[in-house]
Design a protein around this ligand. Structure first.
Ligand code: NAI
Length: 356
């Protein structure tokens, strides 16, 4: 039985500074390191620790080993009024995907709708980050991204698709937007990493071991399970097609692995499908409707064992407020690493998709 690791509380500013410094130590230019630190701090503030500081050692190793283009030659190609690609030249994913938002906003403002493929990028992190930014501009959007083949298709004993997440965001009249953001697996791979880093076990419904049996040991995971059996399996296929295959990027089991070939770009696909709601009704009416929906959801009688009904994204917003006030709880070994002179631990690269 693994012992739970000690945690420490850090302020968001301190965490941001530590992440940015470590990524720059690994060789990432300041602008990309700043934006990646913004993103990872947002994830830890939201209590989505699977996509926060826990990832820095991996990113640092890939950056240091040449698997991220440090000065990417980004190529934006608008192929129609509402269609474009934003080729990231395998630059740091969070940075490239964030840069593309500017083009998405511009196209939606001009034409009412945009589908922009962010192509040839590395890992783009927590998708709520992007759809929330679009919603702050009054835009309703979906974002999806490809991830490495680590999920057994329904009825299969070998992995094919990735944890392929889908996020949706919409503006509110007041306060932060609503955003729904999920992996199409029962849990994101990062949640298993988070369990490993904390020494926790996992429920037996999340993943299977190398023999296809359900496992509670995060270190024994060899394949993840799709949400709701064939339905989650279908959703992850849709993500793979819309975020990757449609741009002629590798798909399914051909998608690159996070922990292999750390000296090569990952060539992942990430997509924004965004629309201006004021092309259908006024923004004021749309956001009034959202407020009505939120109020009606909040007024629903909670079921036994629940204190209230939350709208999607609300828990992350509450976590952010609390963590900003009280500090973010992070495993101590992660902070020790971030504060140390060690750039990375040379621990990825030869271990397959389910690396320690
Ligand atoms: P999750 O299970 O923590 O949350 C899924 C959704 O359910 C969220 O929108 C959350 O607000 C909502 N939710 C959770 N509890 C709720 C409640 N009690 N009431 C109402 N709504 C509730 O998310 P998951 O699936 O673990 O994904 C975590 C993150 O991993 C996401 O940000 C996703 O984008 C990211 N991810 C990124 C990948 C990549 O390759 N870039 C791959 C897979 C996931």
């Amino acid at each position: 039985m693994t012992q739970k690791n000690e945690t420490v509380k850090v302020t968001a500013n301190r965490l941001h500074e530590l992440i940015k410094n470590k990524l720059m130590q690994a060789g990432l230019p300041e602008e990309a390191a700043e934006e990646t630190a913004n993103h990872l701090t947002y994830a830890d503030l939201s209590d989505i620790h699977s996509h926060g500081a826990v990832r820095v050692a991996y990113y640092a190793e890939r950056i240091a080993k040449g698997g991220v283009t440090l000065e990417p030659n980004i190529n934006f190609t608008q192929t129609g009024p509402g269609t474009a690609t934003f080729d990231g030249d395998n630059g740091q994913g969070h940075y490239v995907a964030n840069l593309a938002l500017e083009k998405v906003i511009q196209m939606v403002k001009e034409n009412g709708i945009a589908m922009v493929g962010v192509t040839h990028v590395s890992h783009t992190g927590m998708l709520a980050y992007y759809v929330e930014k679009l919603a702050e501009e009054g835009i309703v959007s979906l974002s999806m991204t490809q991830s490495d083949p680590m999920v057994v298709p329904f009825g299969g004993a070998e992995n094919y698709f990735g944890t392929n997440p889908i996020a949706f965001g919409a503006p509110r009249k007041k306060g932060r937007p609503i955003f729904f953001d999920m992996a199409t697996t029962v849990q994101a791979w990062g949640k298993i990493l988070d369990a490993r880093s904390k020494g926790d076990s996992i429920p037996d419904t999340w993943a299977v071991d190398s023999e296809g049996n359900p496992t509670t040991d995060p270190h024994q995971v060899a394949g993840l399970l799709p949400i709701a059996g064939p339905k989650g399996y279908g959703l992850m296929m849709i993500v793979d097609i819309l975020a990757g295959m449609i741009f002629d990027l590798p798909f399914g089991k051909h998608v690159s692995s996070m922990y292999k070939d750390l000296d090569k770009g990952r060539d992942l696909g990430h997509v924004y499908i965004a629309v201006d709601p004021s092309r259908f009704t006024s923004l004021d009416q749309f956001t009034s409707n959202i407020e009505q929906m939120v109020d009606e959801l909040h007024a629903i009688q909670p079921a036994k064992g629940f204190d209230q009904v939350y709208y999607p994204g609300e828990l992350a917003i509450e976590s952010t407020e609390r963590n900003l006030a009280e500090g973010i709880e992070i495993p101590k070994h992660i902070i020790d690493y971030l504060e140390s002179d060690t750039v990375h631990f040379d621990q990825y690269g030869n271990k397959g998709a389910f690396a320690e």
